[in-house]
Design a protein around this ligand. Sequence first.
Ligand SMILES: NC(=O)c1ccc[n+]([C@@H]2O[C@H](COP(=O)([O-])OP(=O)(O)OC[C@H]3O[C@@H](n4cnc5c(N)ncnc54)[C@H](OP(=O)(O)O)[C@@H]3O)[C@@H](O)[C@H]2O)c1
Length: 332
Amino acid sequence: MKAIRIHENGGPEVLRYEDCELPPPAAGEARVRHTAIAINFSDVNVRRGGFYIANPQRYPLILGNEAAGVVTALGTGATGVAAGDRVAYVGTGGPFYEATGSYADERNVPARCLLKLPEGSSEPLAAALLLKGLTAAMVINRVYTPKPGDTLLIHAASSGVGLLLTQWSKHLGATVIGTVGSPEKARIARAHGCDHTILYRETNFVEAVKKIVPRGVSAVFDGVGKDTFMASIDCVRRFGMLVNYGNASGHVPPVDLLLLAKKGSLSVSRPAFSTYIEEPGEFQSASSELFDLVRRGVLKVEISRSYPLSDAAQAHRDLESRKYAGSLILVP
Ligand SMILES: NC(=O)c1ccc[n+]([C@@H]2O[C@H](COP(=O)([O-])OP(=O)(O)OC[C@H]3O[C@@H](n4cnc5c(N)ncnc54)[C@H](OP(=O)(O)O)[C@@H]3O)[C@@H](O)[C@H]2O)c1
């Protein structure tokens, strides 16, 4: 099979398109021929040097944690799926950022980690939606559920997760203020329901938010991290909530709890999507909710660009240069 492997950490240039051996599926595994592979920001973090890796990386390693495709073979005792089933997975059951291997034509995956795709849901849609949608679902269902009367601040509102949070929050009746990196991203965020956009690379977003909602927003959903989180504290109303779900610009520095008291008795949450689907059956039920929201037109999944698997390095360059909105995928 062909795969994108790294032999060392570094920039996009360390991604190599190589021939590799794939053993037959082991007991309990299914072989999946990938037809759409998700690109996630975490892939960049793994490539750069294991932002999240507790154990040292072993090279060469195939990047990626999420893909969709078709089951082609089963190991002994693999149940729940059959050859020919269209499936998707997000992680393979172990520590998420360590069990990589989806940037490849094919992969053996524990059958219990596979989700059968509903009729009418394409494989590219599943690859573009699942991890990002589960993250949005976790924020909205478990951390802060927007409601009519709320005004929210969503950073990088046109990002993969940001667009889903924006649409879902609007559906629940909230007003959404979104920060965005360019006028084109502002247009896309507005087309997905964002009420106000702020070009936060050139405008002081705290002042801009205060002009729209002087008392402050009910909650901030922040996947940018280092460059936005601390200033966001000044955008929140009393007893409001700050959710930091990602670190696209780097990690947030340690937060002084007393500062939260001084700034209006605020709450802070730093959730990880893997917690959201950790119990048996939760991946299936949470994914069903997402596909249902897509089917009902509540969530529109924006695939800005598909790249051949061999062009993964270009896809990483584009992701890091913040060029596109929505999701990017690789196609073997
Ligand atoms: N907690 C979890 O379990 C979980 C799950 C999924 C994702 N995440 C994390 O959430 C974050 C967002 O994910 P995503 O899929 O929405 O990412 P994405 O589509 O790649 O978008 C990231 C956006 O962040 C903004 N940004 C600001 N500073 C940046 C920088 N220095 N480098 C790159 N982008 C920067 C850019 O938007 P503008 O151009 O508009 O500024 C960019 O488009 C990532 O850090 C990801 O790892 C966490």
